[in-house]
Design a protein around this ligand. Structure first.
Ligand code: NAP
Length: 246
């Protein structure tokens, strides 16, 4: 698929979907920059170990994506160690669910900062390290299209990511850098393990494919958008949701 020699940076990739993306890109020959919060982050270091065990190059560079200065330092570290980033995946995200009436500022602002302000913090600082023909992939969610009870904060960020993606695609088209979003549906991860069983049954009835997705389904979609084969696709939001949102 032409990934040999390519460098990919995935935010929030110590575990979950980001880790699955990192392992999949590494399997296809990419060098991987794992990003997460905290210097000695054990999950992130374990992920690096696993990728190196596959014979691929991997490095952990910590940064808090909700913090502009931290992302500026991340870009400096990337410049020093790798010089460029061919594939940037803005994946880090959090939830703090509550109905709007009860939602405290401590539940609203961190979600906006980690999920949406990170798009600016990370992409703005790394942009000059992305060569012509590069790839930017932003992880949105099915709730961007459907909304979700108790997720006004989260859904606002995930819909915002799609507007960000479409606008940046227009700005970077002349450099042949593609910018796309992936919108996962309900995927089996620690994030969705918290959903109560009764609610899960109701959700499954609404999914035409009648099952939750696996992290590999998201990783494969990301792999495709990052590949040479997707060079004429930009500004789109690819829904990977078993049909839930159409
Ligand atoms: P996850 O298992 O919670 O992983 C998220 C990763 O992001 C964690 O390693 C987390 O590290 C890191 N992170 C959080 N805040 C950060 C920050 N400020 N700076 C750097 N890293 C940070 O979640 P996931 O399920 O893999 O989700 C990944 C993405 O997919 C998110 O954007 C999520 O919204 C989206 N998504 C997931 C699903 C799903 O079904 N799982 C569905 C739709 C969309 P910490 O340990 O420090 O928190």
């Amino acid at each position: 698929m032409g990934f040999k020699g390519k460098i990919a940076l995935i935010t929030g990739s110590g575990r979950g979907l980001g880790k699955a993306m990192a392992l999949t890109l590494a399997k296809h020959g990419c060098s991987i920059i794992i990003n997460d919060r905290g210097e000695g982050n054990e999950e992130a270091l374990q992920t690096v170990k696993e990728i190196r065990g596959m014979g691929a190059t991997a490095e952990y560079l910590s940064a808090d994506v909700s913090d502009f200065e931290s992302c500026k330092k991340l870009a400096e570290a990337v410049r020093g160690k790798f010089e460029r980033v061919d594939i940037l995946i803005n994946n880090a995200g959090i939830t703090k669910d509550r109905t709007l009436k009860k939602m405290a500022p401590e539940e609203w602002y961190p979600v906006i900062n980690v999920n949406l302000n990170s798009m600016y913090n990370v992409t703005h600082n790394l942009l000059e390290l992305i060569p012509d023909g590069g790839r930017i992939i932003n992880i949105s969610s099915v709730v961007a299209f459907l909304g979700n009870f108790g997720q006004t904060n989260y859904a606002a960020t995930k819909a915002g990511i799609i507007g960000f993606t479409k606008s940046l695609a227009k700005e970077l088209g002349k450099r042949k850098i593609t910018v796309n979003a992936v919108a996962p549906g309900f995927i089996k991860t620690p994030m969705t393990d918290q959903i109560p069983v009764e609610m899960l049954d109701t959700i499954l009835q609404l999914i035409p494919l009648r099952e939750m997705g696996g992290s590999e389904d998201i990783a494969e979609a990301v792999l495709f958008l990052a590949s040479d084969g997707a060079k004429y696709i930009t500004g789109t939001a690819l829904r990977v949701d078993g049909g839930l949102s159409f």
